[in-house]
Design a binder for this molecule. Structure first.
Ligand SMILES: *Cc1c(COP(=O)(O)O)cnc(C)c1O
Length: 405
């Protein structure tokens, strides 16, 4: 027997440790949902347990026999994502631990050995790597197509083509695709369409109105908006849900309540942030277009952009991400430009409130439409004032000039 200061307190906490503070107390309503953290989901009796298992396997809305299938916090987010991204179209969303995992699971869910995939040449680099590596290993062949082909992709369809995968505007080079035309011909030929809607978010583009079947979203980027959480979503038209649901469920993919809560919190200001990113990026793009060091600015809202007309027809605005091509600059000068900065930070994951700059090295990532221009710099215009950002770039160009030899 150990020596306890109060012999009346029990040696073991026993059931009190298990039952303490389990009752939620006075119900009250707050603006935001609480965070649900869970592994086990509890049932009042065996019949309820069986019913919930059946509903979860069937992918019914908000069914969860285990928290890998969701909690009230993650259900709130997946419902919101489906509603905002697909609008009036009947759709469901699955949450994934990152944008890349949402892309990978989508491709894996709808493609089988022997299938052929058409993928845009300017997709997010890691999506290309997944297609060339993992999908190829499982017997799925990918053809990369020129994102400027439009309805011309029809000539690349084979009897085995199962999906056309788009991203518009394209990563780094910002080509706008004729998505409605591609969706129309794909539907006619019984081929699925999937699009990466990272750049625009549903504030600026409604891919389901264009006719796509699947939209993948890195929630990490604009939805979160604060550079502090990683998450992705795949949104599919209702008839495609069972297939996606099984792919997610069978691999045990899930997200935490804390992370879902952060996206819900960031999402509330998505529209005002997007409009600020748009204004700031346009101010920078117009200023850059007048600089002698710049050969060309790759921003779809500029009239000089080759697919400006398509952008104007299909999009509701432009986001904060674009690129510019330098006229002639040595590698040391490119480094000087990107290293000499105070507001811009050097990094990959755009979509937060901060401004980012980086040299784009896309050489190995293009086959159908190789990059033949000069050095390419990608910018994300954050929420600092455009004047501050322009002063920062001005200093960068001065450092670039000084690094000439
Ligand atoms: C960042 C990004 C992704 C991947 O999102 P993560 O959450 O970082 O994995 C996918 N597509 C595009 C276009 C992106 O820019």
């Amino acid at each position: 027997m150990t020596n306890r200061p109060n012999p009346d307190s029990p040696a073991s906490l026993g059931a009190s440790l298990v039952t303490a503070a389990r009752s939620p107390g006075k119900p009250y309503e707050t603006v935001n949902l609480p965070v649900w953290r869970a592994s086990s989901v509890l049932f009042s009796n065996v019949a309820d347990m069986r019913a919930e298992v059946a509903a979860t396997v069937a992918g019914e809305r908000r069914a969860a026999n285990y928290a890998t299938a969701g909690t009230p916090t993650t259900f709130a987010l997946s419902d919101a994502v489906a509603q905002l991204e697909a609008g009036p179209h009947a759709a469901r969303a699955a949450l994934m631990p990152s944008g890349l995992s949402a892309i990978a699971v989508t491709l894996q869910a709808f493609l089988s050995p022997g299938d052929h995939l058409l993928m845009s040449d300017s997709v997010y680099g890691p999506a290309r790597v997944f297609a060339e590596g993992m999908l190829a290993r499982f017997g799925i062949e990918t053809t990369f197509y020129d994102p400027c082909l439009g309805a011309g992709v029809e000539s690349l369809l084979r009897p085995s083509t199962r999906m056309v995968y788009l991203e518009s505007p394209g990563s780094y080079t910002f080509e706008i695709q004729d998505t409605p035309a591609i969706c129309e011909l794909a539907r006619r030929r019984g081929v699925l369409t999937a699009i990466d809607n990272a750049w625009a978010s549903p504030v600026l583009a409604r891919p389901f109105d264009w006719g796509v079947d699947i939209s993948v979203l890195p929630l990490t980027k604009y939805w979160s908006g604060h550079a502090d959480v990683l998450m992705g979503a795949a949104v599919v038209r209702e008839p495609l849900w069972p297939r996606l649901h099984q792919a997610v469920r069978q691999q045990g993919l899930c997200v935490s309540g804390d992370d879902a809560w952060l996206i819900l919190r960031g999402m509330r200001t998505l529209e005002v942030r997007m409009r600020a990113h748009e204004r700031h990026a346009l101010a920078l793009a117009r200023w850059l277009a007048g600089r002698p060091e710049v050969a060309r600015v790759l921003h779809p809202a500029l009239e000089s952009h080759p697919q400006h007309g398509l952008w104007k027809r299909d999009f509701l605005g432009a986001s904060g991400l674009f690129a510019f091509e330098l006229r002639d600059a040595t590698p040391a000068q490119v480094d000087a430009l990107c290293d000499h900065r105070s507001h811009f930070k050097l990094g990959f994951s755009w979509g937060g409130f901060e401004s980012l700059i980086m040299p784009a090295n896309i050489g190995a990532l293009r086959t159908a439409r190789p990059w033949t221009g000069g050095p390419l710099i990608r910018l994300h215009a954050g929420l600092e004032s455009p004047d501050e950002l322009i002063a920062d770039l001005e200093a960068g160009f001065a450092a670039m000039a000084a690094a000439r030899d």
